[in-house]
Design a protein around this ligand. Sequence first.
Ligand SMILES: NC(=O)c1ccc[n+]([C@@H]2O[C@H](COP(=O)([O-])OP(=O)(O)OC[C@H]3O[C@@H](n4cnc5c(N)ncnc54)[C@H](O)[C@@H]3O)[C@@H](O)[C@H]2O)c1
Ligand SMILES: [Zn+2]
Length: 378
Amino acid sequence: MSKSVLLTGGAGFIGSHVVDRLIMENKYEITVLDILEPQVHGDKATVPAYLNPEAEFIQGSVEDYELMDDLIQNNDILIHLAAMVGVGQSMYQIKKYVRHNTYGTSVLLDILSNKKHSVQKVVIASSNTIYGEGKYNCVQCGVKYPDFREKPQLKEKDWELKCPDCGKKMDPLPTDETTPFNSSSIYALTKQNQEQMGLMIGKTYGIDTTILRFFLVYGPRQSLSNPYTGVCAIFSSRLLNNQAPLVFEDGLQSRDFVHVNDIAQAILLSIKKKKAKHQIYNVGSGESISIKNVAETLAEKINPKVKPIYNEQYRVGDIRHCVADISKIKNHLGYQPKVRFQDGIEDLIHWIRKKTSNNKSNSSQRAIDELQDKGLIK
Ligand SMILES: NC(=O)c1ccc[n+]([C@@H]2O[C@H](COP(=O)([O-])OP(=O)(O)OC[C@H]3O[C@@H](n4cnc5c(N)ncnc54)[C@H](O)[C@@H]3O)[C@@H](O)[C@H]2O)c1
Ligand SMILES: [Zn+2]
């Protein structure tokens, strides 16, 4: 018998790929609930053309208790992806982020704990941002979970993390799931709330719940109108508009970029494998790539005449390095990242080329202006 799945935020970048995967398996009935947030989908938002027509689409918000109540009654599996997703923007649109992300999740959990339902599985999307700087090693003092770099250090353009005990430069280590929370944005805090509330209610009422901490996801369908997400999408659309990518700090800060197909793989494993019950998993590629490497690779592939700009500015609260330790999800669920950055980036470029030919909007510059205005770029 087929199972019914409700995907909140399912018309977004990640959700739409998960819908495709589930439909390919031919054993799920899918409902997508999405508010079609104008920042992501444009002002006259309609259902995106990429959304698989075999999924039933409902426009609405996870904040709407009655609507959510109806939907939850009719589904066996909940994949909760709906969220506002801009880290920088969350520092001045605080109400909006807490409403969509924290309050939205509370509605879902309130229904699960008060109403009769047949939900057997909940998957909640979290983020690497809850780790802050994550895990480091000092050759002298061992493993450290450092705090954020302070302004005086950044003003000196002294970018690397220092050991809090001996002051020596530290090296980043792969960050595992036991790393303590260290959120530096309202967005990250809302993700932290989502995971903690989700697991607490899941365990209390015996509802199998899995938290997935996605690292930096890239791939086709990433919103180009939303300037607050996706450094790969931002750099690529600038290059296609003959604008140089703007690289903060010295470009040697590094991240773990994971292709959206691998995120979909992790979500499917989480709903199929019993071992995922009440677990938290990192979902990344396990490989660290510098932002300089990303900017230069993209420039070379898209517009070799344009060179990235390294202006040594910095953003308040930005982390220096963070790469996922993915051994837990590999061991428990058999997850294996399949798309390498060099290959995966071609998909994204192809998608952006198609979109950019009829979209010359300069949203990445708008985002930079807005952050500058709030004093969040120095
Ligand atoms: N893209 C990444 O790099 C990344 C990294 C870590 C975590 N995540 C998480 O993955 C999830 C999906 O992100 P994405 O990259 O696909 O973003 P996205 O913006 O493309 O998709 C999110 C979707 O949620 C919808 N939405 C927002 N608020 C809603 C509400 N109140 N009710 C119903 N729908 C609502 C939006 O309209 C959008 O379609 C989010 O929870 C995000 O925090 C993403
Ligand atoms: Zn030390």
